[in-house]
Design a binder for this molecule. Structure first.
Ligand SMILES: Cc1cc2nc3c(=O)[nH]c(=O)nc-3n(C[C@H](O)[C@H](O)[C@H](O)COP(=O)(O)O)c2cc1C
Length: 202
């Protein structure tokens, strides 16, 4: 599917058929998530794949949304919170391009975490979540490129989804992507502001 068609075709799918996504397609979608860009290359995410047998329980804590209940798979994107200079995870990320015994390591570590070091937990969550949305979008478009529909799900009870997955620090639920095959065509054509309303040239 060419990119112009793909961005027209993708829509927030409200209900899916019983068809299950092939393993190779699911792997491609997850790989697209893995390759998503992130601020400072921190990759502050993890992707939890929930299969159909758990849809009903998951949907209950997502306001009974039908897309969650009928999806072939739901991918729960977790935000990670250990993004400061003191955190082993970030030291490992930086060590990928600057060995820890290099004289510049501390300087680079502090430069990369300049922003995150100042953030409180609530702000760290917002920072990580913004990055998770990039993976969300990339996986949604990757899915559409293989004829697989999606719906991004921000409507969920976060504490209950965290408990459902038995999460502990450093992970918290950021957003969910429901995936499958559309049960029916979109009810509405795309509703968007006009190009004049959203673009200006400085
Ligand atoms: C962060 C985010 C959260 C969303 N949460 C939900 C949701 O919980 N349930 C739902 O049906 N759609 C959800 N949507 C889909 C939007 O409502 C939809 O993308 C928007 O209305 C534009 O429609 P379109 O995607 O069909 O073009 C969400 C979208 C985003 C980006």
């Amino acid at each position: 599917m060419n990119f112009e068609k793909l961005i027209q075709e993708r829509f927030a799918c409200k209900a899916f058929t019983d068809e299950i996504i092939k393993k190779e397609d699911l792997d491609f979608i997850l790989e697209s998530g893995r390759l998503s860009p992130s601020s400072c290359g921190f990759e502050p995410w993890r992707f939890v794949v929930v299969s159909k047998k758990d849809n009903e329980n998951l949907s209950k804590i997502c306001f009974n949304q039908e897309n969650v209940a009928t999806a072939s798979h739901n991918i729960i994107i977790l935000a990670r919170m250990d993004l400061q200079a003191k955190d082993e995870y970030i030291k490992k990320q930086i060590a990928r391009f600057c060995p820890p015994d290099d004289a510049k390591f501390e300087e680079i570590l502090n430069a990369y975490t300049y922003e995150t070091n100042t953030l409180n937990p609530e702000q760290l969550y917002a920072y990580a979540k913004a990055n998770c949305y990039l993976a969300l979008m990339q996986m949604s478009l990757a899915a559409m490129s293989r004829g697989i529909d999606t719906c991004m799900i921000g409507g969920f009870e976060k504490d209950k989804v965290d408990s459902f997955l038995e999460l502990s620090y450093p992970f918290e639920t950021a957003v969910i992507l429901s995936l499958g095959f559309r049960k029916e065509a979109p009810k509405y054509s795309k509703k968007r502001l006009s190009i004049e309303e959203v673009v200006c040239y400085y």
